[in-house]
Write a protein that binds this ligand. Structure first.
Ligand code: NAP
Length: 320
């Protein structure tokens, strides 16, 4: 089979498509025939070697794949060849034609959800769910600002927050992105490249501020987020690419909280619970992964450049 292999950390050019031996499941494992692969910003951080979590070289990148079960090892129950599934991490890497998986991290893909959409579930939706529900403990009737709502995690957060009954304001940096945020359910959309968008965001709540802010770029926004929190408001840092200065008085006077999360910290039990909720949301169509771009697996290097550019529109997926 073909797989992307990384033999040294570096720029996108270190992603090389190679012929590698076919995978065979050991006891308690499954092999998935991969039909689509999610590209996440974290894949680029890992590839560059600057991320705290460093895979042993050489490795195949990626955690989010969707496809059909190809073969199951002894002792595996509940999964059969040809079942449509998506993965929440793999043992062998997702940027490949096959992926070896722990069956506990393989979930059913409803018939109406495409493989490309299946590859857009784990990192974006599990992150958004953990940020909103586990960390912020968002409640129906509260107000939420999804700061960076046009990308993978942002679209997921908008759909989840709407389904949970929150009043949702989302931000994007392009006209296309703003249209997407509106069509996915935000009550109002703002442009995070506008200098006065914090004033607009506060005005959108009648001056009360937000109960929950999901923050995709904390190094740029966290200081000003604290000034638009409601009393007892919670900011959850999901994305951050540098350092930031805050005035702690802004959060002190509101009895507010700065929370943060990394999906890597989710326990197997949390992941099982999160994905049970996500599969239910896919089934009842309140969750609808949006695919902005499909790129051939062989062009993974191009995808790693594109995923870091502005003008996000849902998810980018690789097609083997
Ligand atoms: P993505 O699809 O590339 O989207 C990036 C988002 O950030 C877009 O909506 C983009 O908007 C927005 N953005 C750009 N400039 C912004 C600004 N000044 N203020 C607010 N938002 C801004 O990435 P993603 O997969 O959604 O991930 C978002 C971030 O969360 C990334 O940094 C990623 O590494 C991180 N993340 C963390 C975890 C975790 O476990 N903590 C998990 C997943 C992702 P425009 O392009 O429209 O300007």
């Amino acid at each position: 089979m073909k797989a992307i292999r990384v033999k040294q950390f570096g720029g996108p050019e270190v992603l090389k498509l190679e012929e590698v031996p076919d995978l065979k499941p050991g006891a308690g494992q499954v092999v998935i025939k991969v039909r689509a692969v999610g590209v996440n910003p974290v894949d680029t951080y890992m590839r560059s070697g600057v991320y705290p979590r460093k895979p042993a070289l050489p490795y195949t990148p990626g955690t989010d794949a969707a496809g059909a079960v190809e073969s199951v090892g002894s002792g595996v129950t509940g999964l059969r060849p040809s079942d449509r599934v998506y993965t929440a991490t793999t043992l062998s890497g997702a940027y490949a034609e096959q992926a070896l998986c722990d069956p506990a991290l393989v979930f059913p893909l409803p018939a109406h959800v495409s493989f490309a959409q299946g590859a857009a579930i784990h990192v974006p939706y599990a992150t958004a769910f953990r940020a909103l529900c586990h960390r912020a403990q968002a409640q129906g009737g509260e107000t939420a600002l999804i700061h960076g709502a046009s990308g993978g995690v942002g679209v997921a957060a908008v759909q989840l927050a709407r389904a949970a009954g929150l009043h949702v304001v989302g931000t994007a940096g392009s006209d296309r992105g703003k249209q997407l945020v509106t069509s996915e359910g935000a009550h109002q959309v703002l442009d995070h490249s506008a200098a006065n968008h914090f004033e607009q965001a506060l005005a959108a709540t009648g001056g009360r501020g937000y109960d929950v802010i999901v923050e995709m770029l904390a190094n740029v926004n966290l200081g000003r987020d604290l000034g638009i929190l409601a009393p007892k408001g919670r900011v959850v840092v999901v994305g951050n690419r540098g350092t930031v200065e805050i005035n702690a008085r802004d959060i002190m006077t509101r009895d507010g909280s700065i929370l943060a999360m990394s999906l890597w910290n989710a326990t197997p039990q949390e992941l099982a619970s999160i994905h049970a909720a996500l599969v239910a949301g896919l089934e009842n169509r309140s969750l609808r992964p949006i695919i902005g771009q499909e790129i051939p697996l062989a062009e993974a290097a191009r995808a790693h450049v594109a995923v870091m550019e502005s003008g996000a529109y849902g998810k980018m997926v690789l097609i083997p």
